[in-house]
Design a protein around this ligand. Structure first.
Ligand code: NAD
Length: 506
């Protein structure tokens, strides 16, 4: 972090979005946004001042007064336009994302596309934001509910899906009638800002969507701010737990989607080729920087003999800059991430795991300074080893063995995390057994990364989630609204007065 030297005008600055305007921060603290394949500085992002954060919240609070009363159809039409603009700008959005985050261009398009699906869901949210009515709950009395927006809501997002995850948040909150303050990851906020520009172009009014930048201080300010009613957080377990505790202590609603250690069970009857393809894609895609990456495979029975085949599959993947054609594994997001992943690989060796494929220091011609780690395979991995106990968030798969499906299920249920899991099998009975007994919120059956589409919600569990409602799907309506229950009776001339009634009845 550094003060922004006035003598370096060539590096663009990332703006704040306050009250419908993209404004230059007055902050003295700035951070470089760096291309992880080349180390080129792409831009600088400010750490917003307390005054700027207050201004963003104040603008959202004022805008709420009119936005909450805007017709459902008018809100929906903005999101219909927005999804069209995202489609039209897909290639540009993916290029920005790849430059600042590193993932391959096709994967960057996937990141934008999975967010776009949530925007489409936002356009139709009126179908779900319906109250209920019970007729004649007492003599001449009806009771009904309305789901009203809360006010100013906030989102705090991680670096690994800088398009999809912001789009999990502000479209849902705004479409349900709230206004929003977003705090994107300070590591790669540029694609998020382009998405916000398109949101304004689609017709989001001034103050309805605001963006501030920063790190710990900005997040704490959001948690403490008395005018913010709800916070959606996605990121690591350590930070998410802090956000949940601090925000709920201040009386806010909070949902925190957090870290993971996702296991896949491989049964010996699984289709071998499809399973190996799925494991390699889910472990090494996005350089393992997905909260739903498969980071542990539990090989059951004869499947324990498949290790050389998985290693052979991993070796077919091409490592390189995300902009290059045919690349499968891009760089890690930062030098700090590169150092962390390399040191965890060393810890794996020191703890006695078998390194079947060592991805450290791959040769990537033309990108010698990039943060590259190639696919890495460890076997004989057990709980208690750092590579098992910690989320590596790199292209490293840990292989464990089990005699039976019961043993494999027990291992997964003993792990504190509950984000995602998968089973590969051709047995419906084994799959059903797994689905029934596994204590993990998102399950794939022959599907390695079961991120639910927006008709459902993201439903990680146990240490991977705090708060009981998910970020999209039907659940999000309850998160972003307050239920008002109205009990009504109307009198007319024929109603006979019952006199004063001092008992609790209608
Ligand atoms: P992170 O927790 O470091 O950062 C997330 C956000 O918190 C960022 O906006 C960051 O600025 C802020 N932050 C960082 N340190 C902070 C601190 N000390 N105090 C307050 N705020 C702070 O996460 P990351 O490295 O950007 O993202 C990777 C993590 O996110 C992984 O653990 C991954 O599993 C998780 N993740 C989870 C999901 C999910 O849906 N469960 C999805 C994507 C990523």
């Amino acid at each position: 972090m550094s003060a922004l030297p006035k003598s370096e005008p060539a590096v663009p600055t990332v703006k704040l979005l306050i009250d419908g305007k993209f404004v230059e921060s007055r902050s003295t603290e700035w951070r470089d946004i760096v291309n992880p394949a080349t180390q080129e500085v792409l831009a600088r992002v400010p750490f917003a001042t307390p005054g700027e954060i207050d201004a963003a919240v104040a603008s959202a609070k004022t805008a709420f007064k009119t936005w909450r009363k805007t017709a459902i159809g008018a809100r929906a039409r903005i999101f219909l336009k927005y999804q069209q603009l995202i489609r039209e700008n897909m290639a540009e959005l993916a290029a920005i994302l790849t430059a600042e985050q590193g993932k391959t261009l096709p994967d960057a398009e996937g990141d934008v596309f999975r967010g776009l699906e949530v925007v489409e869901h936002a356009a139709a949210i009126g179908n779900l934001q319906l109250g209920e009515l019970a007729n004649n709950v007492a003599n001449g009395v009806d009771t009904y509910t309305v789901l009203q927006p809360l006010g100013v809501c906030a989102g705090i997002t991680p670096f690994n899906f800088p398009a999809m995850i912001p789009l999990w948040m502000f479209p849902m909150a705004i479409a349900t009638g709230n206004t929003f303050v977003l705090k994107p990851s300070e590591q790669d906020p540029m694609v998020t800002m382009r998405l916000c520009e398109l949101a304004l172009e689609a017709g989001i009014p001034p103050g309805v969507l605001n963006v501030i930048h920063g790190g710990e201080a900005a997040v704490n300010a959001i948690c403490d701010h008395p005018d913010i009613k709800a916070i959606s957080f996605v990121g690591s377990t350590k930070v998410g737990t802090h956000v949940y505790n601090r925000a709920t202590l201040a009386g806010k609603r909070a949902q925190c989607m957090m870290g993971a250690k996702n296991h896949a069970i491989v049964m010996p009857d699984a289709n071998k080729e499809q399973t190996l393809n799925a494991l390699a894609g889910a472990a090494f895609g996005a350089a393992g920087q997905r909260c739903m990456a498969v980071s542990v495979a539990v090989l059951v029975g004869e499947a324990r003999n498949w290790i050389p085949d998985l290693v052979a599959k991993a070796k077919t993947l091409k490592i390189g800059a995300g902009t290059d054609k045919g690349v499968d594994v891009g760089p890690l997001v930062s030098c700090a991430a590169y150092d962390r992943v390399n040191s965890l690989i060393e810890r794996g060796l020191a703890d006695g795991a078998t390194l079947d494929l060592d991805g450290r220091k791959p040769t990537v011609p033309g990108y010698e300074k990039g943060n590259f780690v190639g696919p890495t395979v460890f076997s004989n991995v057990k709980p208690g080893m750092a590579i098992y106990d910690q989320e590596i968030f790199g292209p490293v798969i840990c292989l464990a063995g089990a005699e039976t499906i019961d043993e494999a299920i027990e291992l997964i249920n003993s792990n504190p995390n509950g984000n995602g899991t998968a089973i590969f099998t051709q047995s419906g009975a084994a799959a059903r057994r797994f689905q029934e007994d596994i204590d993990v919120g998102q399950i794939g059956i022959n599907v390695p990364i079961p991120v639910p589409v927006p008709l459902f919600s993201f439903s990680g569990s146990r240490a991977s989630k705090l708060g009981d409602l998910g970020p999209y799907g039907k659940q999000v309506i309850l998160f972003y609204t307050q239920t008002k229950t109205i009990t009504e009776r109307w009198f007319d001339d024929s109603t006979v007065s019952q006199g004063v009634n001092t008992t609790i009845s209608l």
